[in-house]
Design a protein around this ligand. Sequence first.
Ligand SMILES: *Cc1c(COP(=O)(O)O)cnc(C)c1O
Length: 429
Amino acid sequence: MTQTLSYKPTFTKLVSKEGSAEYPLKAIHVCEETFAPLEVAYDYEAIKAQVSREKIAQGPNSIWRYKPFLPVESENPIDLGTGMTPLIKSNRLARRLGLKHLYIKNDAVNMPTLSFKDRVVSVALTRAKELGFTTVSCASTGNLANSTAAIAAHAGLDCCVFIPADLEAGKILGTLIYNPTVMAVKGNYDQVNRLCCEIANTYGWGFVNINLRPYYSEGSKTLAFEVAEQLGWRLPDHIVAPLASGSLFTKIYKGFQEFVKVGLVEDKPVRCSGAQAEGCAPIAKAFKEGRDFVAPVKPNTIAKSIAIGNPADGIYALEIARKTNGYIETATDAEIIEGIKLLAETEGIFTETAGRSTIAVLKKLVESGRIDPEETVVVYITGNGLKTQEAVQGYLCEPLVIEPKLESFERALERSRTLERLEWQQVIV
Ligand SMILES: *Cc1c(COP(=O)(O)O)cnc(C)c1O
């Protein structure tokens, strides 16, 4: 297994996303000339010379099977079994929506902290160690703090995370358990992020989503690689993913393109559609109004993990949705809560608010004819519902409380069947 990881490094420099400026492979994230984000560049000939479908398939059962596409050198990257989450062929949800070929990429069961963020953090902290950082940090809407704290603990790095003070209890507990320093900031995510930018410049810490962001964000490409491999080395026709900063969305697109570039899959257009919560939808708003800039908004939604009012990669996500003939749609909080029932009842998957907005948007895109029933569609479920239980409390049935006696059970069963029948009659009437 370790043998498959001894690839020659293939990443060569950081480049500006606007203009032609180039930078060395250090902990920097913005272009000094244009203030545009920096992006990792690769030598694709070097990747091509080292990869094959067989070699990847024989690699570790984690994101590190795609190591030549990731910006790390170490032969022993941090590996807690992140990635290779199930790609599930949907039958019941697909039928309900009228789709023929729907797949669910289920990062609600990603390791170690049950969200897609484990992918980006595994890459960022591996790179942080290579760059000599001993303290790592992040500005988080919740999942990122869970992930950074857990993976830093495993890697023996000191950790200090910053979260908005009003986060869901499950997200806070799910960070504290790893015993990092937790700063709960009285403000929203965008304020947390601004504070962290100031700290990153002065404290010499590795902030996974600030000064390490070019490396961090590359981890999201594995969401594309895995889907292509799990579909039998082919690309889907259409993907639907949630948008917060927009990073994940842009990297899924980049991942598909890279697989084409090195000849691992055949080229074909992949339509990329995005989901935002209506209470925080700066990218969807720009998309629908035909603008090419994203005006910041103040978030107000239960989908806290995707509530970023000033999205760093918003314009790049816009560009991709437009050029791939995708669409960016929103879901209201009520529709998001409906999404829980739909995905849980039809597929047995309990996703968090971000995932539900994706399901709600998937439904809208089918109903408005923007998704063709014949298309092979992959919907990305990025987080786990057990972390955000308060979002659905009060919307679910109560358990039937009974005595430990057969007749008590039988009475309750009869009552519940009558209730069901009544509900059915109401539906039919
Ligand atoms: C962070 C997050 C996202 C979106 O991430 P971006 O790359 O910032 O767009 C989506 N879903 C969940 C559950 C997240 O935690």
